[in-house]
Design a protein around this ligand. Sequence first.
Ligand SMILES: Nc1ncnc2c1ncn2[C@@H]1O[C@H](COP(=O)(O)OP(=O)(O)OP(=O)(O)O)[C@@H](O)[C@H]1O
Ligand SMILES: [Mg+2]
Length: 236
Amino acid sequence: MSFISAQNLSLGYDRTVVVENLNFVVEKGNYLCIVGENGSGKTTLMRTMLGLQSPIDGQILFGDGLKKNEIGYLPQQTVVQRDFPASVYEIVLSGCQSHMGLRPFYTEKEKALARKNMERMDIADLKNRCYRELSGGQQQRVLLARALCATTKVLLLDEPVSGLDPKVTYEMYELIKELNDSDVTIIMVSHDITAAVKYASHILHVGKTLYFGTKDEYISSNVGKFFMNMEGGEPA
Ligand SMILES: Nc1ncnc2c1ncn2[C@@H]1O[C@H](COP(=O)(O)OP(=O)(O)OP(=O)(O)O)[C@@H](O)[C@H]1O
Ligand SMILES: [Mg+2]
């Protein structure tokens, strides 16, 4: 059975349907890029995969040894979150909360994991700095280290490069590629079709047109050709 499979999934809020009849699978080690216009339901899909909201119809199944609480999440950043008044270490450590249950303190093992992931993301020297004083690229590394404290199986990344300059964007993509090369399954929302096509193994396109397939299938599909020509823009 696949790591994650979505079957006839319809998503939305109250009775408003945002996406209908979504079908896709994610296998262990895949790098899935989710692309689509603003408001097409990408973040809603991520939240549904995390169990933060229920589908209107259909289901998401986990298999191949993956459990619901073994998914790390880097949320789409809002202005308020960028201003969060906590230290880098506190934020990274809070990634361990998904396996703490009701225990109100962190164990030595969890603290060691937080330190290891800060080193892995090259932010160990920022440990005691306040998160809101960091640059956008540094903040995204902090959030990646946090997500890695939750799991090394699957990471859901919602626009991890938005607002970053080209150099830091490139570094971030390379960092995510390294994680994928070390067997972390990646599911990433992005507006950057060029990067999606460069890095991903599979593409899921949501919006008026739905598409799921391998990167190569997407490149040669009509929908892929159309959106690659638009360079990630919206259809006329
Ligand atoms: N909490 C909510 N309650 C009601 N409607 C919502 C809620 N959150 C999002 N929506 C609506 O659902 C639709 C999909 O939103 P979503 O945030 O999933 O889009 P998105 O594809 O992530 O967009 P973007 O590229 O701008 O991040 C939008 O029309 C949005 O207005
Ligand atoms: Mg979104």
